[in-house]
Design a protein around this ligand. Structure first.
Ligand code: OGA
Ligand code: NI
Length: 337
């Protein structure tokens, strides 16, 4: 299985059969909107009610927004990107030791999405780490590059703080108490995927990641500062999210769609690849505690707008998510009343 890693061995000259999508499911670059970027929210604004309004508007109409002046230094962002790139350029032996295709492992280097389940592979390698509580996982994280643990733990701590700060604004924008979401989701886990998309000889035939929604609560994505690849579905059209050097791209996961009773959406997105440049992205996922019970907030339901999703534990949801293929229907549909 380990020979599946794209970042090990010689670059391929064409896309192997197992990565090729049927003609009707390919990216169709010509139809993608290039400059219809998603909203940018300035978290440094002294006007908190403006931030709440902008966050609410973005969550409702895009399910995505970007944040600037978020308090995470450009130096740390730079270090995180550099360490991610260094990791994927380590010698093969070093990387192969970490290889696993078992989604239950808490530290693993893998490729595509769910190698054992999927029928078509994706042009992506990724390092997936559990990051909270840090003390529990730090000693099993990669020990190379030598600064990895120090840089990534600092980054994870700051991203967690930003995530909770944003959940506060999202709660308020739904008319809920600031701590509502935080409390419902319990002691949240934090996972990270450092995604590495090597140049692809035939990018029009395959994906880095096919269209999917994120199963967790909130995703905080650091894009490559130069190379575009993320695309978001809006009103039936794919919009490319251009790189922004110091912004984070925020998207709501399925759990916030459920909690908001469908008012906010966990939107389909995908990553495409290109033939010229490698691309690195760092996705941080805030994930509800496994035993937390997710249901539409009572304050958001009424006699004429009843709950549209049943309640379930996050554990149940997550198992369902990984049992499927990434590019199937919205996983939350399986929990609709
Ligand atoms: C993800 C994801 C997009 C990207 O990791 O869930 O959507 O641009 N990543 O890497
Ligand atoms: Ni995603």
């Amino acid at each position: 299985m380990a020979d599946l890693l794209l970042s090990v061995g010689q670059p391929l000259e064409s896309v192997p059969e197992s990565y090729i999508r049927p003609a009707s499911q390919r990216p169709n670059f010509a139809a993608v909107e290039i400059d219809g970027n998603i909203p940018i929210v300035d978290l440094g604004s002294p006007d908190k009610s403006l931030i709440v309004a902008q966050v609410g508007q973005a969550c409702q109409s895009y399910g995505f927004f970007q944040v600037v002046n978020h308090g995470i230094s450009s130096e740390l962002i730079q270090q995180m990107r550099a360490i991610g790139n260094e990791f994927f350029h380590l010698p093969a032996e070093e990387k192969l030791r970490l290889y696993s295709d078992d989604p239950a492992k808490k530290v693993r280097l893998s490729t595509s999405f769910n190698v054992k389940k999927e029928t078509v592979h994706n042009w992506r390698d990724y390092l997936r780490l559990h990051c909270y509580p840090l003390e529990e996982y730090l000693s099993v994280w990669p020990s190379k590059p030598s600064a990895f643990r120090e840089v990534v733990s600092k980054y994870c701590t700051e991203v967690r703080r930003l995530g909770f700060f944003l959940l506060g604004f999202i709660s308020l924008s739904l008319g809920l108490e600031q701590d509502y979401i935080k409390e419902v989701l319990g002691e949240q886990e934090q996972h990270m995927a450092i995604n590495y998309y090597p140049p692809c000889p035939e990018p029009e035939l395959t994906y880095g990641l096919p269209s999917h929604t994120d199963p967790n609560a909130l995703t905080i994505l650091l894009q490559d500062p130069q190379v575009a690849g993320l695309q978001v579905l809006r009103a039936g059209k794919w919009i490319a999210v251009g790189p922004h050097p110091n912004a984070f791209v925020i998207n709501l996961g399925d759990q916030l769609q459920a909690l908001s009773n469908g008012k906010y959406r966990s939107v389909f997105h995908r990553a495409v690849v290109n033939s010229e440049k490698e691309r690195l992205s760092v996705a941080s996922f805030l994930c509800p505690c496994n035993s937390s019970v997710i249901a539409p907030a009572k304050q958001l339901t009424a006699e004429d707008s009843p709950a549209i999703y049943r309640s379930y534990t996050y554990d149940e949801y997550y198992k369902q998510f990984w049992a499927r293929n990434l590019d199937q229907e919205h996983c939350l549909e399986l929990f609709r009343i």
